[in-house]
Design a protein around this ligand. Structure first.
Ligand SMILES: C[S@@+](CC[C@H](N)C(=O)[O-])C[C@H]1O[C@@H](n2cnc3c(N)ncnc32)[C@H](O)[C@@H]1O
Length: 342
């Protein structure tokens, strides 16, 4: 999985071949349109308020693809929350030069606000990722056996071996450890599709051009390979390393919480000058917003499959709950880490 996705020359992501959206291999929240970035900006602004509206607040994004989410956030912050926009810098963690190049083109209008790093460095602010963790390499360990990759003639095949005593999702656990070490004060908000508790099925999915492929050996370097995120082990590691679980909700409840706190976010703003063209533009934008909202919220689209978690460090534990979690259950109960009456 690591080679297929991240080999410097041939990897699906590192080569720049990954394509997201209607003409690509799959949709994400970001490819649905700017609404997702607009809603997240309101949530980020609330974290900034909780940190006392500090200067030099950093939004760190990992897995930024072509920079579209960063652009949606910066445009929204600039037009709706200018004070927040002034206070923030946007840091993208991007190990792959070809993606950094694309991001810098997308983000040209905001070049004074953006900085790039190869890996995490200390920061105060909010770390955000959308579908980063499901793209981290995993090992196919089940009981005492592990599936490794072997060669049969010219073909790759799975071969079973007795498993080494290690975690199947070590890369994601190392990520949690690294975030905990680098976050000085603030939040981590991660959105991904995952499982928790006992219901976890450790299976990989392979996708290309909006189709599921049967084998990860089909279209190597041209197909995405993912596995559902195991929230339980990631949160346990984060807690052991000093982060506090501050929220867990499915995407439907998370975004509904954000929208109900700032209903104006769904109001379209028109830049057009005449009354008629303003009305036409607004009606068109309203239709697009409604469609995007339905895709993001509907339980059979992205609303149920995705979950949002928030982890906090050095934020007053008596601070109000973030808007996205106001309709959520107590997070440790929801995840089965604690019984409701404990
Ligand atoms: C499924 S894509 C999601 C892209 C985007 N966030 C979206 O939602 O449209 C996963 C992204 O994570 C990136 N990625 C994987 N491991 C990474 C790491 N250690 N640091 C930064 N980016 C990483 C990949 O290059 C890819 O761009």
């Amino acid at each position: 999985m690591e080679q297929a996705l991240y080999h410097p020359e041939h990897g699906y992501y590192s080569s720049g071949r990954c394509a997201i959206g209607r003409k690509g291999d799959y949709f994400t929240n970001v490819s649905v349109g700017p609404l997702f970035g607009q809603l997240m900006t309101a949530q980020f602004a609330e974290t900034w308020e909780q940190l006392g509206k500090i200067d030099n607040f950093i939004i760190v994004e990992q897995g930024a693809h072509d920079g579209q989410f960063a652009r949606d956030v910066l445009e929204s912050a600039k037009s709706r929350t200018p004070e927040f926009f002034e206070a923030l810098d946007y840091r993208i963690i991007e190990p792959f030069p070809i993606l950094r190049e694309r991001q810098s083109q997308t983000l040209e209008p905001f070049r004074n606000k953006i900085e790039w790093r190869d890996s995490l460095e200390p920061f105060t602010g909010v770390h955000f990722s959308n579908e980063l963790l499901d793209a981290m390499p995993v090992r196919l360990i089940s009981g005492n056996t592990e599936k490794l990759v072997g060669l049969q003639g010219e073909r790759f095949v799975f071969v079973e071996h007795s498993s080494a005593n290690s975690a199947f999702n070590q890369a994601a656990l190392d990520w949690a450890h690294s975030i905990a070490a680098n976050l000085r004060r603030g939040y981590v908000i991660a959105i991904d599709y995952g499982h928790w508790g006992d219901e976890f099925q450790r299976d990989i999915q392979v996708r290309a051009q909006h189709r599921q492929l049967d084998s990860p050996f089909d279209q190597i370097g041209h197909a995405d390979i993912t596995m559902h995120v195991d929230w339980t082990s990631i949160i346990r590691r984060a807690e052991a390393d000093g982060l506090r679980l501050a929220g867990f909700a499915d995407q439907h409840h998370f975004l509904t919480g954000v929208i109900s706190t700032w209903p104006d976010l769904l109001q379209t703003r028109s830049s057009n000058s005449t009354a008629l063209s303003r009305r036409v533009q607004t009606a068109d934008a309203d239709r697009k917003t409604k469609r995007a909202l339905q895709t993001l919220l509907h339980p059979e689209m992205l609303g149920r499959a995705f979950q949002a978690i928030a982890l906090a460090k050095n934020v007053d534990s008596g601070a109000p709950q973030l808007a996205g979690f106001k309709f959520a259950r107590e997070p440790r109960c929801a995840l089965g880490l604690k019984k409701p009456n404990q």
